[in-house]
Design a protein around this ligand. Sequence first.
Ligand code: IPE
Ligand code: IPE
Ligand code: MG
Length: 229
Amino acid sequence: MAEKNALPVNVGIIMDGNGRWAKKRLLPRSAGHDAGMKRIVKLVRHAREAGIKYLTLYALSTENLSRPQEELDGLFALFRKYFEVYAPKLLSENAAVRTIGDISALPQDVAEKIAQVCSRSPRDPDFTVVFAVNYGSRAEIVRAANFAAELGGKMTEEGFARLLYTSDIPDPDLIIRTGGEIRLSNFMLWQAAYAELYFTDVLFPDFTDKHFDRALKEFAGRTRRFGKV
Ligand code: IPE
Ligand code: IPE
Ligand code: MG
């Protein structure tokens, strides 16, 4: 039987629209990213209070690394700040912080900081924030396929899923994209197989806790059939 859902366990957010938010205000794109980070800090807290167990945030796609160096430097500075100031607070509150993607391509100090903070995550967290950083779903799938080839033999879906970055993270139940584009931009193509998709025109820095609640409410009203009648 089809089931109605209460709360998603894992919510993914494609946090898009920072640049346009800044442009509308005649500010540099970096100002949009600053505003976006302020939103992340609050939204993480809110999602946890709402009872979400995993919040997966698409912070930087592999393709984003080809943006102008000036913009990237601003983004890296924000990663430094987040992992120095905000992530440790989460750890002290029994939340885990993790990443998916290849952080080794980031400036070394940023990669080290991120790895160091994530490694201090509690073993049995009641909430996990997953940052997708230098993440690309196709690359993730090819990486898993290469592991599978090394292992040899036949693969099952479950076995293959264990070779992805998200091996021990449940698939997203709900994926929200802010900023008005109706696409996934290489985010969780495997994991999104049965995710409910929610698109909003609201630019990420304007995406308030109330907007998040609205997405949860819509999710609760949807019927997930998983291919059944
Ligand atoms: C999303 O906002 C944040 C990142 C990709 C890092 P954008 O920077 O893509 O904002 P728009 O789409 O140009 O408005
Ligand atoms: C997707 O946004 C990546 C992140 C939000 C981190 P983009 O702005 O990079 O996506 P496209 O280029 O519009 O598809
Ligand atoms: Mg964009």
